[in-house]
Design a protein around this ligand. Structure first.
Ligand code: NAG
Ligand code: NAG
Length: 187
């Protein structure tokens, strides 16, 4: 058998996370960061799609004058497009690393790679801990597990709104961020 090293590494990361979970000590920093990162990445991806693009979702809408028009939704918030975005969202976790706030000491995985649209706005690299691929592999693994568990719910949330998604997904429906203090500047 000839397993690629990365498979072994992912397996090791997975095992250590599962062990933590079964012992009841879920890594809150990891889970809450992944949950917030999913929302932030999806919100950003949606904002990059032209809001004027719409698609037909089948069916008709009855107008006040009695005529019928095709039912349309914005492309970015169509179920097909949201599930495509969701399929790719965990790949973005490689742009994240553990960040420790110098004042509050709050730990959180944050995006260190600037997006093309905020070029020039470089983060405070000194406060990131770059621990090789392990950190972002762990974040990616947790991301996949959240996406798998809440896929339908995430799609239904983003189909309607962008505000309060973090609260609903990360505090109410899952408890990944419950009782966690986070800087609110980002989301
Ligand atoms: C989602 O939207 C993007 C941007 O317009 C488009 O390129 C892509 O084909 C769409 N995907 C689906 C499944 O509708
Ligand atoms: C979603 O993205 C838009 C555009 O990038 C931004 O203005 C808004 O603050 C974001 N909302 C959340 C909840 O992150």
């Amino acid at each position: 058998m000839n397993m690629a090293p990365w498979i072994i590494q992912i397996a090791l990361v997975a095992m250590s996370i599962l062990t933590e979970t079964t012992e009841g000590k879920k890594d809150t920093v990891l889970y809450c960061s992944a949950c917030r990162a999913i929302v932030d990445e999806l919100n950003y991806s949606i904002s990059q799609i032209d809001p004027k693009k719409t698609i037909h979702v089948g069916g008709f809408r009855l107008n006040p004058d009695g005529s019928l028009t095709d039912k349309k939704v914005p492309l970015a918030r169509s179920e097909a497009n949201l599930s495509e975005l969701l399929d790719g969202v965990c790949g973005s976790m490689s742009d994240y690393a553990l960040h420790v706030d110098p004042d509050t000491k709050i730990k959180q995985y944050k995006r260190f790679a600037p997006r093309s649209s905020d070029a020039g706005d470089f983060p405070d690299f000194n406060n990131f801990k770059f621990d090789g691929p392990e950190g972002s592999n762990a974040l990616k693994f947790v991301c996949e597990s959240i996406v798998e568990e809440f896929e339908d719910y995430i799609i239904s949330l983003f189909a309607k709104e962008t505000d309060h998604v973090v609260d609903k997904l990360c505090n109410e429906v899952s408890d990944h961020c419950k009782g966690t203090k986070f800087q609110s500047d980002e989301l």
